[in-house]
Write a protein that binds this ligand. Structure first.
Ligand SMILES: [Zn+2]
Length: 211
């Protein structure tokens, strides 16, 4: 039995690389995908894989995003290519959060600098959640953003936060940061249906929001 399992595992190991290989949608993504993941990227991949339950390749790279972009998930023929890229700052924030989640509790902040630091981390947690939904095939920005903010708490917990801190950060993003999307330079990230009981509510039977 054991031997059989081992044989099976070897078979899978031989077959697996084909499934794990992702092809660059843009030629300049090729060197990024060809190299091994850095420790920061491994952290990001572990979160994306738990959120999507799929193999996820994540790379943190400057120069692959447009100015102001925090993440991008390439699509081919309306299907995700299997990888996403995030700004190095975003990956750094996720790693800093994982090193000490409790340092990012907005309720412990006593000044604006602290709140800004926490808001940056909340945005990084939203970015990885948002891109993970793109990776699942949701291309629409408002949908990825809304599903992402409802899963932000989970990304936080995967990185070591308590459920309570995860929910606090999810609420911070949903209630304090998300509304400003409506009047931002990119209102396509905002939807009136992103609310408790709205069409984008992942748990319509629950009165809790966003998580
Ligand atoms: Zn997006």
């Amino acid at each position: 039995m054991r031997r059989l399992l081992l044989a099976l595992a070897v078979g899978l190991a031989l077959a697996a690389p084909a499934a794990a290989v992702v092809y660059p949608v843009r030629p300049y993504d090729a060197p990024l995908l060809a190299r091994a993941a850095t420790p920061y990227e491994q952290i990001a991949e572990s979160v994306a894989q738990r959120l999507t339950r799929k193999a996820a390749v994540v790379r943190c790279a400057a120069g692959h995003l447009k100015p102001g972009e925090l993440g991008v998930t390439p699509f081919v023929n309306d299907r995700p290519a299997g990888y996403f890229l995030m700004a190095p700052e975003t990956c750094g924030l996720l790693a800093a959060f994982r090193a000490n989640p409790n340092a990012y509790d907005p309720e412990a902040c006593t000044d604006t600098a602290c709140l800004n630091r926490v808001a940056q981390v909340a945005m990084a947690l939203e970015t990885i959640s948002h891109e993970s939904y793109h990776l699942l095939g949701y291309r629409d920005e408002a949908t990825a953003e809304c599903y992402g903010l409802q899963s932000l708490w989970y990304s936080a917990v995967r990185l070591g936060a308590s459920a309570q801190l995860g929910e606090t950060l999810g609420s911070l993003y949903a209630n304090q940061m998300y509304p400003s999307r409506r009047t931002s330079a990119h209102p396509e990230y905002w939807s009136a249906e992103c609310r408790n009981g709205g069409k984008l509510d992942l748990r319509p039977k629950s009165s809790a929001w966003p998580s």
